[in-house]
Write a protein that binds this ligand. Structure first.
Ligand SMILES: CC(C)(COP(=O)(O)OP(=O)(O)OC[C@H]1O[C@@H](n2cnc3c(N)ncnc32)[C@H](O)[C@@H]1OP(=O)(O)O)[C@@H](O)C(=O)NCCC(=O)NCCS
Length: 155
């Protein structure tokens, strides 16, 4: 259930949202103690707006102030396990002052709805084992898959 009512609007990014998205993208990097080059911001934003690339970003906007208070980046990829693509949520971030008000849930709900529209309803994502706050939300909107994530050394 959404508890933001009409106070928050979730929609795909437009060209005008770059600065707002970028602010949250930087905070997201701080949260994960990583730092990507500024050129990657440009590269990502171009991909979000390119209708030929299956990578998107949506933002949550406070309808009173017009401020961007949340972002979610997601993409679609093929899988040998199905005829249909799967949707992967790459990044999710809600501004600290707007948390625990249902914004994160609405952002994931938006991805679910878009995935349904694309007829690729299989949506997944991962998080750090230590990210208990995020998992409080995730166990309500999805389920924890019995998997472990492995990576190539050095990546
Ligand atoms: C994780 C994050 C996106 C959650 O966003 P949010 O807007 O606070 O989450 P919501 O308010 O939509 O939470 C939805 C549910 O989770 C619960 N929840 C979320 N955070 C909680 C907290 N700190 N304490 C208790 N419950 C919490 C809420 O009770 C809510 O349940 P309800 O809808 O049944 O009432 C946000 O905390 C964040 O940006 N964290 C930093 C970045 C991060 O961890 N990103 C995810 C990386 S995978």
């Amino acid at each position: 259930m959404s508890n933001t009512g009409d106070s928050v609007i979730v929609r795909f990014v437009t060209e005008d949202d770059k600065e707002g998205w970028q602010g949250l993208w930087r905070s997201f990097q701080d949260f994960y103690s990583v730092s990507f080059p500024n050129e990657l911001d440009e590269f990502n934003f171009k991909r979000f707006l390119d209708p030929n690339v299956k990578m998107w970003a949506a933002v949550a906007v406070d309808s009173t102030s017009g401020k961007i208070i949340g972002m979610i980046n997601f993409l679609s990829h093929m899988t040998t396990w199905d005829f249909k693509d799967k949707v992967y949520i790459n990044d999710l971030y809600v501004d600290e002052s707007s948390r625990v008000k249902g914004v994160g849930r609405e952002l994931i709900q938006f991805v679910y709805e878009e995935a349904d529209k694309l007829d690729t309803p299989n949506v997944y994502w991962c998080t750090d084992e230590s990210n208990h706050r995020a998992q409080l939300l995730y166990t309500k909107i999805g389920y924890k898959a019995p998997k472990s994530l492995y990576k190539r050394n050095g990546y």
